[in-house]
Ligand binder design. Structure first.
Ligand code: GRF
Length: 206
């Protein structure tokens, strides 16, 4: 880690923030050379905001309803992110689709976690989609964000079995365990400059 300056992260959330917590814990343990410059929520009551405050991290509430459309929302979001010196944007359960305004402002510098093995089951209720389809395995995917829904270049995936009696809750819990492992791992790789992007292919450098 010596020599490299900590990557400045902004984490966008809408809800519980268990992924945010996993990232905070790995940073505080000294395992990732990064600093969370702010946590931004589009929901004022998101529990993730309390988690951030508990760790002394700045929080911003950026509500959907204050803006006429998605592009205006994103234009203001870019301004907030820039004012905090953000280098990498982390979507940790942020329940909004980003527009080209955000994607072009942070090219290959917005990471999302999706609770399925993309390109299978993009969009909402991915775990239920996997159960309905009858797959034997599912998992999670960390990817860079492009202008599509869950279509960007894949950084890391982790696989879990789907068991015969699984419910949406039990499968989600098994997948979340892996989310909490691989999302911080992807951020660590980014912070070490080890992610090389060629088109939609990502190479992890040694
Ligand atoms: C996770 O399941 C993630 O895959 C999805 O949103 C959920 C966020 O959970 N994108 P949390 O708020 O991090 O607990």
């Amino acid at each position: 880690m010596a020599g490299r300056k900590p990557v400045q992260l902004a984490v966008l959330v809408s809800g519980n923030g268990s992924n945010l917590q996993a990232i905070i814990d790995r940073i505080e343990a000294g395992e990732i050379n990064a600093r969370i410059v702010c946590v931004i929520s589009n929901k004022p009551d998101a529990f993730a905001l309390r988690r951030a405050s508990k760790h002394g991290i700045a929080t911003v509430i950026h509500e959907n309803s204050n803006f006429a459309n998605r592009r205006e929302y994103d234009t203001a979001l870019v301004e907030i992110l820039r004012s905090h010196g953000t280098e990498l944007v982390i979507l940790a359960g942020f329940m909004r689709i980003l527009t080209d305004v955000m994607v072009t402002a942070f090219p290959n510098a917005i990471m999302n976690i999706h609770p399925a093995l993309l390109p299978a089951f993009p969009g909402l209720h991915a775990q239920q989609q996997a159960l309905d389809y009858g797959v034997r395995f599912s998992g999670c995917t960390v990817h860079f964000v492009d202008c599509g829904t869950d279509t960007g270049p894949i950084i890391i995936q982790a696989v879990v079995p789907v068991l015969p009696d699984d419910t949406e809750e039990s499968l989600s819990a098994r997948i979340q365990k892996e989310e909490h492992r691989v999302f911080p791992e992807a951020i660590k790789l980014f912070s070490e400059g080890k992610i090389s992007v060629q088109g939609r292919h990502i190479r992890i450098l040694p």
